[in-house]
Design a protein around this ligand. Structure first.
Ligand SMILES: Nc1nc2c(ncn2[C@@H]2O[C@H](COP(=O)(O)OP(=O)(O)OP(=O)(O)O)[C@@H](O)[C@H]2O)c(=O)[nH]1
Ligand SMILES: [Mg+2]
Length: 201
């Protein structure tokens, strides 16, 4: 069954786990540090710049924002974690909602964990990967903002990160640019392939 990513619409927001939509479809979760490009990637995958709000000021998203993709799956845009300038109580709220989301027992199919290709993974990134590895949560690693570096620099960064990040051997890795629309077809195809059994059943 093919997924029409262009047919993505806003579903609603959830300020706590109990107001998330019913787990009646596969859910793809976008996680990562604030400002890494989660909302931009959702817009790029859907080819609609007006869909998810891209933060002029990072750290604004304080809720889980849900999108309905082609009536077949959900995209869940999680609040970004660890934005240094957010006030402490706000930071704690982000982290609490992220943590709550992951420990709630909510059913989701796949996490897209985003990392800015220019920067070394933060301690929160490492904590998140460790958590996903220990919990057996399936994830893809998506390196964002690739338009900011040359191909050689990207290769070098990915090589460096592979020494720091302890990721599943079978975890898939993508390098994308939402701005320049690079790597999006590969990522769409991989999501589709990953969900094919779930969507056919
Ligand atoms: N050059 C470049 N900039 C990007 C890209 N993707 C996102 N950005 C910029 O990065 C900033 C943050 O993007 P968002 O998509 O709002 O990031 P986010 O992860 O949703 O941030 P929070 O909602 O605060 O967690 C914006 O200024 C975007 O324009 C990209 O592929 N290339
Ligand atoms: Mg966002």
């Amino acid at each position: 069954m093919s997924i029409q990513f262009r047919k993505t619409t806003f579903w609603g927001v959830a300020s706590d786990v109990s107001s998330c939509p019913p787990s009646d479809r596969p859910e793809i979760v976008f996680s990562g540090k604030s400002n890494v490009g989660k909302s931009s990637l959702i817009n790029a995958l859907a080819d609609n710049k007006k869909l998810a709000r891209v933060s002029a000021t990072p750290g604004k998203t304080r809720v889980v924002v849900y999108f309905n993709v082609d009536d077949k799956l959900y995209f869940a845009d999680l609040p970004g974690y660890g934005y240094a300038k957010a006030a402490k109580d706000v930071k704690e709220k982000f982290n609490k909602l992220c943590d709550q989301y992951f420990v709630s027992g909510r059913k989701f199919s796949l996490v897209l964990h985003l990392l800015d290709v220019r920067h070394a993974p933060s301690s929160d990134d490492i904590r998140m990967l460790d958590y996903m590895n220990r919990s057996g949560i399936p994830y893809f690693l998506v390196f964002t903002k690739c338009d900011k570096l040359s191909k050689a620099q990207i290769r070098k960064q990915l090589n460096e990160f592979s020494k720091i990040l302890d990721f599943h051997e079978d975890a898939r890795i993508f390098a994308v640019s939402s701005e320049k629309k690079v790597g999006l077809d590969d990522l769409r195809a991989a999501i589709e392939e990953y969900l094919s059994d779930e969507l056919d059943s």
